[in-house]
Design a protein around this ligand. Structure first.
Ligand code: PGA
Length: 254
C-alpha cells in the first residue's frame, strides 16, 4: 500500500478527487465503487465542481455503493441512496440507472445481497473502490469479527458504529441496527482501492490497518493483501503512524 499525506481534510479531498477523476478520464465507462459517510463528502464536492466546469463526464460511468441501512428507504434522508443522490448523483451527468446501492427495504435481505453480488459480477467488477474507515477499522459495514465475510451480507451494527452515526439522526434509537454491506471479497476484488481517512479518531485504526496483523478483528487490515491500495490521510489521521514509524515524508510505500 502507498500512503499519501494530506495537510488537512481539504487537501485530502482534493487529492482523492484527482485520483477519481483520473479513473473517469482514463476509462469513461469505469465502474466506481463509492462510499458514504463524512469522509468522502469533500471529494464529491470537488468532483461536482470539475464536472460543472466541463472537465468531467460521468455519462458512461457505472457505480456500486458499499452499503445501505436495513429498513431505510432511498427517500429517507439518512439512507445511503439519498446521500449519494444528494452529494453526487443529482449534480453530475451520471445516469441514475447506472448507479447501484443495495436496497434497504428488500423483504428478503439475503436475496438482495445475492442480487447485489450478481450486479457487481455483471458489471465486470469494480475498477476503483473508494473507502472510508471506521474508528474500529471497519470498511463498508464490515465490522470487526472472527472471519472475513466474502460476499454482500447483512450485518448487525456494533454499538460503537451506531453511536458514531447517531450524529446524523435525532437520537441513537433511530439508528438502524442492521445494514447490508458489500463483503470483504467484493472490496478486495476491486482493481484499485482508494482509502481516505481524516481526523484523530481514525489514527489508531489506520495504524493498525497498515502496520498491524491482518485480522478480521481490524477489517481494513485485509487491504495489506491487495496489490493496488492508495491511502490518502490527513495529518490528524496519520498521527499514530508518524509517531510509531518515524516517517516524516509525503509518501510512504508499505
Ligand atoms: P465517516 O465514516 O466517514 O463518517 O467517518 C467512515 C466509515 O465509517 O467508514
Amino acid at each position: 500500500m502507498r500512503i499519501y499525506a494530506a495537510k488537512d481534510y481539504k487537501d485530502m479531498s482534493r487529492k482523492a478527487a484527482n485520483l477519481i477523476s483520473a479513473q473517469v478520464i482514463m476509462k469513461p465507462d469505469a465502474v466506481l465503487g463509492l462510499a458514504t459517510g463524512s469522509t468522502p463528502v469533500g471529494a464529491y464536492e470537488q468532483l461536482r465542481e470539475w464536472h460543472d466546469k466541463g472537465d468531467l463526464d460521468f455519462s458512461a460511468i457505472r457505480s456500486v455503493n458499499l452499503d445501505e441501512y436495513k429498513g431505510l428507504s432511498g427517500e429517507h434522508d439518512q439512507s445511503y441512496r439519498y446521500f449519494m443522490n444528494h452529494n453526487l448523483f443529482d449534480h453530475v451527468n451520471i445516469k441514475k440507472e447506472n448507479t447501484n446501492v443495495p436496497s434497504g427495504l428488500a423483504q428478503d435481505a439475503e436475496a438482495e445481497c445475492r442480487r447485489y453480488d450478481g450486479v457487481i459480477r455483471e458489471l465486470g467488477g469494480i475498477d476503483l473502490q473508494l473507502l472510508g474507515i471506521g474508528g474500529n477499522g471497519h470498511i463498508g459495514f464490515n465490522e470487526p469479527c472472527d472471519v472475513f465475510e466474502k460476499g454482500t451480507h447483512v450485518v448487525t451494527l456494533t454499538e460503537e458504529t451506531r453511536r458514531s452515526n447517531a450524529r446524523f439522526f435525532s437520537s441513537i434509537d433511530e439508528v438502524p441496527t442492521h445494514a447490508l454491506t458489500m463483503g470483504i471479497g467484493g472490496i478486495m476484488s476491486a482493481k484499485k482501492v482508494l482509502l481516505l481517512a481524516s481526523g484523530e479518531a481514525k489514527a489508531q485504526a489506520l495504524y493498525d490497518s497498515c502496520f498491524g496483523p491482518v485480522t478480521p478483528g481490524v477489517p481494513a487490515s485485509v487491504l495489506q493483501l491487495h496489490n493496488d491500495v492508495v491511502i490518502i490521510a490527513d495529518e490528524a489521521a496519520l498521527a499514530m503512524i508518524r509517531q510509531k514509524t518515524g516517517w516524516e515524508g509525503e509518501v510512504y510505500d508499505n
